[in-house]
Design a protein around this ligand. Structure first.
Ligand SMILES: [Mn+2]
Length: 431
């Protein structure tokens, strides 16, 4: 891991909050992700499942966390099962968590090797009535592979058919949505690394650079700052590519007069940041580009203030739609008749702004959080309005990450990243 060790009180508290929600005499099990194969002996880089990470800090494959708050044996209230390591294994496979290191990382005293799992699990299953399974109920999830968690659930249901089952996911959706101070610091670190990358680009981008040159500049800056790299697949879209919302080819040359939309951000310690800036390739916005840019920025600033405790996500989007509609009227992209005859299920503004404005941000870029429940202090959201005009060959999106406050307007974790058109132009034209 490139990141600095995380204070383990984060994970100790996260487990305490999870356990407080469990039914009497129940256990909960969380598995690591697999290392996904490519072919031959090639594999994808390991990405830990965010739930076992959230509850233990263990960032290693083939790990299992078991929680059993009512365990008759006190040492079985929290257990980690890890892939066995030894000095010999360390030489061949590289350093893995020892039992001592696992304790330092997680605060969990009882650590067994994975080879003993079935035996110890049998004993525990004879003592509990309910098992919490960790299924994926994220509103955008679309998983075709069988995860290690899925395999565990199938195995367990077959072997222990008489136990009651319960769902971990709704508990985690609610817990992970509200960030603790340590988590906000980690997200802030990710945002600050992103800022370094973005500032590097302001003197780098010129007509003739290729989108992949920009991707390389960012990766250089991110890794030099202890990030693994991008928090999500970077979108570096010059000219009309900006109108393809999930453009990730990043293989075109940036031309004089074009804008370049960059939805690019670093991760840090598995926490995501999520930034979008749209800047002029030549260092100066045209009058029309500037008018649209300022309209998007006004929408962003105005709707950010609606992210306060109590706001419902769907209602917020209705309000965003009103603000956006008025800007689109101002830009002459819509006229009054378009708005009067609009379909309430697909309002007129959606022709130019067809995606959502905000999502939770945290260990996942589109983080957990139950969107039908009111917003709370210390939830972290993106704010990312955009206006896409294929007929004019450009699209503009601006995105920052903010923390909802108990009172007042949200705190902008990206408040120091240049966003005003003048500031961007000035920085781009300093030689
Ligand atoms: Mn986003």
């Amino acid at each position: 891991m490139k990141y600095h060790a995380i204070n383990n009180t984060l994970f100790i508290k996260n487990r305490a909050r999870f356990k407080a929600q469990m039914k009497p005499n129940s256990i909960a099990v969380f598995n690591s992700n697999d290392i996904y194969p490519i072919s031959a002996d090639s594999t994808m880089p390991f990405e830990q499942h965010r739930d076992i990470f959230y509850l233990s800090g263990v960032d290693q494959e083939e790990s299992i966390l078991l929680l059993f708050p009512d365990a008759p044996k006190e040492k079985h209230r929290e257990i980690l099962f890890l892939k066995e390591t030894s000095e010999h294994i360390a030489i061949w496979e590289g350093e893995k968590l020892t039992k001592e290191k696992a304790f330092d990382t997680s605060g969990i005293k009882t650590v067994y090797w994975l080879k003993d799992f079935e035996k110890i699990f049998f004993e525990i299953m004879t003592q509990c009535d309910t098992i919490y399974f960790n299924t994926n109920e994220h509103y955008r999830s679309n998983v075709e592979t069988q995860t290690r968690e899925d395999r565990f659930i199938s195995w367990c249901k077959e072997k222990y058919p008489a136990h009651a089952v319960a769902k971990s996911n709704p508990i985690l959706q609610r817990l992970r949505a509200v960030k603790s101070p340590i988590e906000i610091d980690l997200i802030q670190t990710a945002c600050s690394i992103t800022e370094k990358g973005f500032r590097r680009l302001l003197s780098f981008i010129k007509p003739g650079v290729w989108e992949y040159n920009i991707e390389a500049e960012l990766l250089h800056e991110f890794i030099n700052n202890r990030s693994k790299g991008f928090a999500y697949t970077p979108i570096i879209a010059s000219g009309a590519n900006a109108n393809v919302l999930h453009y990730i080819e990043n293989n075109q040359q940036c031309k004089e007069g074009d804008l370049i939309l960059m939805d690019v951000a670093a991760e840090y310690a598995n926490y995501a940041s999520d930034l979008t800036r749209t800047i002029p390739v030549s260092g100066t916005y045209t009058e029309r580009q500037r008018a649209v840019y300022d309209a998007v920025l006004r929408v962003k600033n105005e709707v950010t203030n609606m992210l306060v405790p109590g706001t419902i996500w769907a209602d917020y989007h209705v309000e965003v739609g009103k603000v956006m509609t008025s800007e689109l009227l101002g830009l002459g992209l819509l006229d009054k008749a378009d708005v009067q005859k609009e379909d309430p299920d697909w309002p007129a503004y959606k022709k130019y702004f067809m995606h959502g404005t905000s999502h939770h941000l945290g260990l996942d870029t589109h983080d957990y959080g139950i969107l039908t429940e009111p917003m709370q202090a210390n939830m972290v959201f993106t704010v990312e309005p955009g206006i896409y005009i294929p007929d004019e060959g450009f699209g503009i999106r601006i995105e920052d990450d903010v923390v909802i406050q108990k009172e007042g307007t949200p705190f902008n974790l990206m408040g120091s990243i240049p966003i005003e058109a003048e500031e961007i132009e000035e920085l781009m034209n300093q030689s």
